[in-house]
Every structure is written in structure tokens, then in C-alpha cells.
Design a protein around this ligand. Structure first.
Ligand SMILES: [Zn+2]
Length: 412
């Protein structure tokens, strides 16, 4: 019995152990089942709402979409200059050259020679005579064109604080200027009271107004303030006069642009370029020199007034009028550029790089331009890259350049 009991005890203990083990296994299985169900349930919860959450995101997302465009896209009449605006978001420009710049088929435009044959159409305005060409942008938009010339003249006179007496002639080139001047967007023959402006539908309204104002300002300054021997002052004053057109049209503010040119170590010394006409061979080739000299002129006008500038223009008497040499004034102005660098919103190196890319593309294209539909489309795209660049939209500029090269090399 004792053994049995013992044995039974032993057996009993084993049974108890097995029972406990079984219970433990059962409990574990149940636990696993419950956990499994929970896992399944939670996975199910996690899985299902991925789509649902995404679907709900637009409703519940807490980050508000910007309701205000931080940098105005150029339109006809912006209310305020974008002085404090951030650089434009990289909104891809629509990659198709605009119809407004379609090739007219008219012969290349000229500065000299048989002007009456090259610009056979004439419009007599009370203050000027407009010369233009059949089938070109100015012909298709004559009323708006005349209004824009009036506006440009008002901008130039306002910037210079003068009113031009007597008439002048303005020649609007509906096609690129003939070689070797294809890179020019305008020219002023001030002594003859004649200005020539490329007006072929490229650029945009603000850009067109800028170039009209720039060329008219040359002619107005020369015929009111008197002619100047300083290329830097001539271009600086003309580019300064066009500031309003560009800034109100959504282009980069001059002070931002000049601080960036300075930060990129691309700002020329004003004394170095003062009488160097090789440094001012058009906005396409030397944009930094044009905008730089404009900022210098503006600095002198803002700190010393318009009248000394008016007297400086024909005399170059820096010491007599400002009590300082051009070099000293340049150093003083550069210190203000340096002080503005920390607040720059655009990337100076990017500005420098993309400017070179646009200038290079322009040079290559104009060398090969033959008036064909294909090269004309490429030219219009390169010009749109320039506009985007001047607006601080580097991404847009690169897209236009890509398109230009694709059209040019027949990949598009
Ligand atoms: Zn000029």
C-alpha cells in the first residue's frame, strides 16, 4: 500500500504535473490565441486606415496650404513692389514658347541703312514717331504698344526728374537685330533722338516695358542732362530708370540682386568699368554690370540726391560734387552691399551659375539662329529662361534651357 500509495503519490504527482503542464499549455495557447487575435485585430486596424487616413488627410491635415503667393507672378498691374517678398517658389514655367513671340517672317532688323524700308509702318504720336514692321508683334498690338511707349517715357522722365522737349523717333524691331548685333535688345542713338528696341514678343509685358524705359532713358538723359563720357553712368542711369518696370512686374528687387552679385564676387568695381564699353555689351552678355551700375547710381541718388547725379552725368566731377573719388564712393557703396548679404533670400552662387548658363545658351543660339521655326522656338525658350532667371526662378530657368536645347537638337 505504502509503495502503492507512494507509487500512487508518484503517479498522482506526475498526473498533477501533466495536468499543470497541460493547463499551462492550454493557457499559453489561449494567450497566444488572444494575442494573435489582438495582433490580427490591431494589424487590421493598422492596415485598413492607411488608405482611409490618406483619404482623410486633406480634411484633417493641420498644415495649412499657403494661401498667398509669396512672390507675385508678373501680371499687368501689381499693387506693390515685391521689396520684401521671398524669392519665387520654383513654379515650373509652362514649357511651351508663347504664341506672342511667334516668328513674323519679316527680315532682320537694322540700326542703320534703309530704315524706311526696314521699318515701313509709321504711327505719329504727339510726342514721338513710332516706326514698326508688318506682321510683327508691334503691328499686331499697336494700341497697347503705343500705350507702353508712353508709359516707358513717363518712367524715364520720372526717374530723371525731367521732361523731354521736342519729338523723337522710336524703332520697334519685330525681329532680331541683324548680325553682329543679334545679342542686343536695344540701342539708343541719343544724338539723333532715335532709339531702337527689340520688340518681338519675347520677354513679358514688364520686361518689354523695362527695355523701352532703358533705351528711352539713355536718350532722355543725353538730351536733358547732357551727354556723358561714362559708359558706367550711362548704363547705370538707364538701368536705374527701368527699376520700377521690373520690380512692379515681379522681377527680383534690385537691392536683392545687387547684394547677391556682390556675394558671388561678381560685382565689378565701378571705377574699373566706368569707361569700359566692352563691359557693357548688352544685358545678355553682361547683366551684372548693368544691374550693378544701376544699384551704384541709385545709391548715390538716395544718399546725395538727384541733382548732383544730374550734374555728374555730363561732367564726371565726383570730387567736386561728392567730395570723394569714384573709387572711394565705390568702396562706401560696397560696404552697404556687404551689410545686406546676411539677409539675402536668393542663393548667390546659383544666381551666378544660372546666369552663365543662360548667357552661354543665348550666345550659342544666336550664333546659329537662321530664322527657321525650330531655332526661333529655341530662341524664345532661351529668352524665357532669361526672364525666369531675372525673376529669381532658377528651376524655371533651367527648365526653359532644357526645352531650348531639346528643340534645338530636335529631341522635342
Ligand atoms: Zn543701355
Amino acid at each position: 500500500m505504502g509503495r502503492y500509495r507512494k507509487a500512487s503519490f508518484v503517479i498522482g504527482a506526475r498526473e498533477v504535473a501533466f495536468a499543470l503542464l497541460a493547463l499551462a499549455l492550454l493557457a499559453a495557447a489561449l494567450a497566444a490565441l488572444v494575442v494573435g487575435m489582438r495582433l490580427t485585430a490591431s494589424r487590421g486596424v493598422a492596415d485598413a486606415p492607411v488608405g482611409a487616413t490618406a483619404a482623410l488627410l486633406p480634411t484633417f491635415t493641420p498644415s495649412p496650404a499657403p494661401s498667398v503667393t509669396p512672390f507675385p507672378i508678373p501680371t499687368g498691374t501689381p499693387e506693390t513692389a515685391p521689396a520684401e517678398a521671398a524669392p519665387p517658389p520654383a513654379e515650373p514655367a509652362p514649357p511651351s514658347p508663347s504664341a506672342r513671340a511667334s516668328a513674323s517672317g519679316w527680315e532682320r532688323s537694322i540700326f542703320a541703312g534703309d530704315l524706311a524700308a526696314n521699318y515701313p509702318l509709321v504711327f505719329m504720336h504727339p510726342r514721338f514717331t513710332l516706326h514698326y514692321q508688318p506682321g510683327t508683334y508691334a503691328h499686331r498690338n499697336r494700341e497697347a504698344t503705343v500705350a507702353q511707349v508712353e508709359e516707358a517715357l513717363a518712367h524715364a522722365e520720372e526717374a530723371l526728374g525731367v521732361e523731354l522737349e521736342d519729338r523723337f523717333d522710336i524703332y520697334l524691331a519685330g525681329t532680331l537685330f541683324a548680325s553682329p548685333n543679334a545679342h542686343l535688345r536695344g540701342w539708343s542713338r541719343s544724338v539723333d533722338r532715335r532709339v531702337y528696341v527689340l520688340y518681338d514678343g519675347t520677354g513679358n509685358d514688364a520686361d518689354n516695358l523695362y527695355f523701352l524705359t532703358h533705351e528711352l532713358a539713355h536718350m532722355v538723359a543725353s538730351n536733358t542732362w547732357g551727354p556723358t563720357r561714362s559708359t558706367m553712368l550711362s548704363e547705370g542711369v538707364a538701368t536705374y530708370a527701368g527699376k520700377r518696370a521690373l520690380e512692379e512686374g515681379g522681377f527680383l528687387p534690385y537691392d536683392e540682386l545687387c547684394a547677391a552679385i556682390y556675394a558671388a564676387n561678381q560685382m565689378p568695381g565701378m571705377h574699373a568699368v566706368e569707361q569700359d564699353f566692352e563691359a557693357f555689351k548688352g544685358h545678355i552678355r553682361h547683366p551684372f554690370n548693368y544691374f550693378g551700375s544701376a544699384c551704384f547710381v541709385e545709391y548715390l541718388i538716395e544718399t546725395r540726391g538727384l541733382d548732383p547725379m544730374r550734374q555728374l552725368y555730363p561732367t564726371l566731377d565726383y570730387r567736386g560734387l561728392y567730395g570723394a573719388s569714384l573709387q572711394a564712393l565705390d568702396a562706401e557703396w560696397r560696404a552697404t552691399l556687404a551689410a545686406r548679404v546676411p539677409q539675402l533670400r536668393i542663393d548667390p552662387d546659383e544666381l551666378d551659375t544660372v546666369t552663365r548658363e543662360v548667357s552661354t545658351a543665348y550666345a550659342l543660339l544666336l550664333q546659329n539662329y537662321d530664322g527657321s521655326e525650330r531655332l526661333h522656338r529655341a530662341y524664345v525658350a532661351v529668352d524665357q529662361a532669361r526672364v525666369a532667371l531675372w525673376q529669381g526662378d532658377y528651376e524655371g530657368a533651367r527648365q526653359w534651357l532644357d526645352l531650348a536645347y531639346n528643340v534645338w537638337y530636335r529631341r522635342e
